[in-house]
Design a protein around this ligand. Structure first.
Ligand SMILES: Cc1ncc(COP(=O)(O)O)c(C=O)c1O
Length: 369
């Protein structure tokens, strides 16, 4: 049997998947355009522009001495620390290879062919991917002012719906839902439908804007809150995130989870990063200043940008593919979002002040080109 005949035997819903397209790596752009990698600015993957926390780096160095051993598959110490921080039982915490893994685990545990998952237009690209990978159908609810239209999402729930995804703040639009509105939505969802509240950017919100939704799980055992160490904690390369949920739901996710899905260096670094609250606070401050810097720059160029609650911002540039190509030629990597149904926009991750400046200068050139 040829490989293509073999591939034809895979389920149609798998063959029909379009692989996730991430931000272009610096080395790839340098190779393709003959640029010096050291001069390239990458603002394409909502990464933390600072180096990692020194405490995380020290923890990695210590953990590296034990590389011949498998990690603790139950991540006892990290779960304890997270549980303590959040005021939940460790049995309610499921660790993931990035919070992306937690999203996948939910679909693995709850979706089968014929089921439906509800999510918003312009919401994070992994929701449709994870849904389709199980043979389930995605129900895309038109956005309202680029954000989630929660009443319409509630109305889209049918007897076939098993999962609803809500990103707060949302990537790529940066929109945010107030905690009381969110809580009312969670309460309105039927108890047999899992609500995944994706809070990958939660730590970038000011304290009074954070929903503390893990406290709602007691009342709503169908709620799964996912968080990430990739963003404000600065550990994107290590791939570590977590979900908080009812212990019975966690037990289900742990059954479909790979035994060692979070590696030992990631566990050690996440533990140290969690304790380094100064690092997270400073990341939030740098991000807020960077958002203001970009907003001023866009205003000066006469461009429309969406107010963002994340570490990135959407800006409307018209022919985004052309502007993106002109930015790449100047060594600036940002993210086109045509795949999100936003062909006139670019998503810019907030960088360090000098990176934001270089981007804005390059954008002025790209717009004139
Ligand atoms: C809304 C949202 N959720 C989840 C993720 C996944 O992040 P990670 O797997 O690195 O935790 C991302 C990454 O960009 C995101 O934007």
């Amino acid at each position: 049997m040829t490989a293509s005949a073999l591939a034809a035997q895979a389920p149609q819903y798998v063959r029909g998947l379009s692989p996730y397209v991430g931000g272009k790596p610096i080395e790839e752009v340098a190779r393709e355009l003959g640029l010096d990698p050291a001069r390239i600015v990458k603002l394409a993957s909502n990464e933390n522009p600072r180096g990692p926390s020194p405490r995380a780096l020290a923890a990695i160095a210590t953990a590296a001495a034990e590389l011949t051993r498998y990690p603790d598959g139950n991540a006892f110490v990290l779960k304890q620390a997270l549980a303590e921080r959040l005021g939940v039982d460790p049995a309610q915490v499921v660790l993931g290879n990035g919070s992306n893994d937690v999203l996948e685990l939910v679909t693995q545990a709850f979706l089968r062919p014929g089921d439906e998952a509800v999510y918003s237009e312009h919401a994070f690209a992994v929701y449709p991917l994870a849904t389709q990978a199980r043979g389930a159908s995605g129900v895309v609810v038109p956005a309202r002012d680029y954000g989630h239209d929660l009443p319409a999402m509630r109305a889209a729930i049918t007897s076939r719906t098993r999962v609803v995804f809500v990103a707060n703040p949302n990537n790529p639009t940066g929109t945010w839902i107030a905690p009381d509105v969110l809580r009312a939505f969670v309460a309105s969802v039927p108890a047999d439908v899992v609500v995944v509240l994706d809070e990958a950017y939660n730590e970038y919100l000011d304290a009074d804007r954070q929903a503390h939704a893990t406290r709602w799980i007691g009342d709503h055992p169908n709620l799964v809150v996912s968080r990430s160490f990739s963003k404000a904690y600065g550990l994107a390369a290590l791939r570590v995130g977590y979900g908080v949920m009812d212990a019975t739901v966690a037990d289900l996710l742990n059954r479909v989870r790979q035994p060692f899905n979070v590696n030992a260096l990631a566990q050690a670094a996440a533990l140290a990063a969690l304790a380094d609250t100064d690092y997270v606070d400073e990341s939030r401050r740098i991000n807020r200043a960077g958002l203001a810097q970009l907003a001023n720059g866009f205003a000066a160029l006469g461009l429309t940008a969406l107010p963002s609650h994340g570490n990135f911002v959407l800006v409307k540039v018209g022919d985004a593919a052309r502007v993106n190509a002109a930015l790449l030629r100047q060594g600036i990597i940002v993210r086109p979002v045509a795949n999100y149904g936003l062909p006139e926009w670019l998503r810019i991750t907030v960088g360090l002040p000098e990176e934001n400046d270089r981007f804005l200068a390059a954008l002025a050139v790209a717009l004139r080109a």
